[in-house]
Design a protein around this ligand. Sequence first.
Ligand SMILES: Cc1ncc(COP(=O)(O)O)c(C=O)c1O
Length: 474
Amino acid sequence: MTDTDAHPLELTGPQMRALVDAAMDRIVSHVGSLPGQPSFDVEGGAELARSLVEPMPEEGTAFEEILDLLFERVVPKSFNTAGPGYLAYIPGGGIFHSALADLIAGAVNRYTGVWLAAPGLVQLETNVIRWFCDMAGYPAAARGVLTTGGSLANLSAIVTARREKLPSNFLDGTLYVSDQVHDSVTKAATLAGFPPESVRQVPSDSAFRIRIDDLERRIVEDRAAGRTPFLVVASAGTVNTGAVDDFDALASIASGQGLWLHADAAYGGFFLLTERGRRAMRGLDRTDSVTLDPHKGLFLPYGTGSLLVRDGAALQRAHALEGAYLPEMRQESEFVDFCQFSPELSRAFRGLRVWLPFKLAGVGAFRRNLDEKLDLTAWATRQLRTIDGIEIVAEPQLSVVAFRLLQPGLDQQATNRLNRDLLERINRRRRVYLTATTVRGQFVLRICVLSFRTHLDRMEQGLEDIRQAVAELS
Ligand SMILES: Cc1ncc(COP(=O)(O)O)c(C=O)c1O
């Protein structure tokens, strides 16, 4: 009996290498084929899903067979979210550097919930948070955490604001969002214990930014009615149209009224690395907390968001835990026990997914890529304007443009139907994948350029497909 027969979970060096090599062969050819893959392919998804149901396997299966299953049957049946034609929702990306970091982090499997267990690795993640805080213009006292995504970051932000601004009996608290807010914020408010009526939806203006005058009026009215306004959640890049709220004005209101100001910059935040992004998000440095999603604006694979809080002690007060069984926590402010700042105790070492790409490629590579995304969106908008019947519903403020097709004599319902048809016709070509949204009753198509793999060649194909689809409908 060999060691491996006796201990099948402990692989030998050659076995580890063989598995990684075999997986790498598939990964390299998969990534190489991304531009040629359809932008989505989910027909027969239910049949596939049903065919995969099986009992827990008692015995192992050959790796080649598993790789065949994954790369030939399972992975292809999906939206091509990592490909250059993915201009839908908010694209992710999937830089390989982070996949490599996950392999290393998983293989060494050190514990990064408390500083003492891996001081060096925790420092690397602390550096990442510091870099983000510097980018956001937050002071030295700021702290933050990497989360699984923007939704969890928004939840921790609301819990922190609630803890700082309201008594433990907090049900009189009201929070303010715009009618363009991402639903994860409303959901987070519910999870944080607020009934839906505590979330005040303030109308947005013609550029889809929260209306400052209405916000101020609602706050004053609520206070007069005995409620306790405590939080404004504003957006730095809405999911619908990429709108950026006026943070300078919001910060003045929030500080005047004693409210916490949180920025949901899950989509837009990393454009702060660019000159244009900084201009668009002026005043963001005056917020109390901010959500940023590396799995959006830094092109990471899904699974990494972040929350930064200006007063790090506030984040800690909302998330600290004690346990007789835990090692001693750090008292020095330079070191961080992440379990004191986040809902998690045991946690994946997410820091490496961000740290490694920054170290390997340098921040300049990200900045240039983000600048390219801004250029491509501006280019697409100019092109759309040249198509007869196309109305730009939302000018790009970052890298989203929203548009629709108008035809004479059609009412709103018919126009919406026409645009559903347009979307279907564009996507049918499978070179790009666009999604739509509804704003103010209008069904609008959106182009969101955020994949690091999207370049001018694919945008040209996308515009060609839009032109053709419009021509078919004329
Ligand atoms: C503006 C905004 N906020 C929050 C979220 C939620 O982030 P996640 O999907 O990472 O939980 C999204 C997702 O697209 C978003 O666009």
